[in-house]
Design a protein around this ligand. Structure first.
Ligand code: ADP
Ligand code: MG
Length: 315
């Protein structure tokens, strides 16, 4: 196998008594869009900061491009682009000047840089805002500027730490499409988020993080195979009697039944004709059914079953 782009082994990071990273390990191959999915406080940003040697850690090893990472390893750092969770741009510089400044840290040739800056501006769709100061930009546009500053020098590895938090849907789509495009153009990407839908949409592999630990790693399909749920059927119907609930529970492949928000919710592990069987049972018993939903598992179900708590993707 080729050398992984990122290799993290047994990383431990403590903040006094709190263990923010608990023997965290990870390998990312060239060409991936690797997702770190976990709720707030699960250790995503700490992983990024330790990985980049921006933060010291208590134990573990980090290799990037096959080389040991350290605070003064500029050879490795010049090939990494970082888009931090908190927007970091200069208020005194315009959109163009900001991107030019960050690009200039890596690219000294003026002509080459001018081309790269223009490309980055076009890439995030800020053509009409080149002369704007950051204070005049909306939250979504500011995030796009933050991204342009991190990627203009065309790094081999790009890290995005929750780039879509508090962003309008239009900017969000633009950001997600942009990340996929950077990946197609050759960049390996690390993407952290607590929005499971985004991670599911763009990531080739995903690590589920919880309380500083990596709880499961795989493609979304592999992760979904780790859990017993294969289908959840919900039906709008009056609350069935206890006896009827028991009968529903003993249908083939059912492992959980509940009545929530005026809906009967039945969870299945396997089976082919679950919906028909359930609807036949209810109509035989003269229940009037409203809307019917059949859902295959989401990463939220995976998270729920693996960690015992729900991963909120609203907020
Ligand atoms: P995430 O990025 O997944 O939201 P973080 O990596 O920011 O999570 O935080 C992981 C844990 O470490 C949280 O419990 C957080 O409160 C704690 N933490 C982060 N930074 C500090 C710090 N500078 N001092 C003390 N605790 C911290
Ligand atoms: Mg974070």
């Amino acid at each position: 196998m080729s050398t992984p782009v990122v290799k993290i082994e047994n990383l431990v990071k403590r903040y006094k008594e709190l263990i923010a990273l608990d023997h965290f390990s990870l390998e990312i191959e060239e060409g991936e869009i690797f997702g770190l999915l976990g709720p707030n406080g699960s250790g995503k940003t700490t992983t990024i900061n330790c990985m980049l040697s921006l933060l010291s850690y208590d134990k573990g090893e980090v290799e990037i491009f096959g080389k040991k990472m350290s605070p003064d390893n500029y050879e490795v750092k010049k090939d990494i682009g970082v888009v931090m969770q908190n927007v970091a741009v200069f208020d005194e510089l315009t959109v163009y000047e900001n991107i030019d400044y960050f690009c200039g840290l890596y690219i000294t040739d003026k002509e080459k840089r001018a081309k790269l800056v223009e490309e980055a501006i076009e890439f995030v769709g800020l053509e009409d805002f080149k002369k704007f100061y950051p204070k005049k930009l909306s939250g979504g546009l500011l995030r796009r500027l933050n991204i342009a500053c991190g990627i203009a020098h065309k790094p081999r590895l790009i890290i995005f730490d929750e780039p879509t938090v508090a962003v309008d849907p239009q900017s969000r789509n633009k950001i997600l499409e942009g990340i996929e495009r950077l990946n197609r153009e050759g960049a390996t990407v690390i993407y952290t988020s607590h929005y499971m839908e985004e991670v599911e949409q763009i990531c080739t592999r995903i690590a589920i993080m919880d309380k500083g630990k990596s709880r499961a790693i795989g493609t979304k399909d592999e992760l979904k195979k780790l859990i017993r749920n294969t289908e959840t059927i919900s039906i709008e119907v009056a609350k069935p009697s206890d006896d009827d609930m028991k009968e529903i529970s003993s249908l083939p492949h059912v492992y959980e039944t509940a009545y929530e928000n005026s809906k009967l919710v039945v969870r299945y592990s396997g089976g082919k004709h679950n919906l028909i069987r359930l609807m036949n049972l209810l109509s035989d018993k003269q229940y009037n059914m409203g809307r019917v939903y059949s859902e295959i598992p989401t990463l939220n179900d995976v998270f729920l079953e693996i960690t015992g708590t729900a991963l909120r993707d609203s907020e």
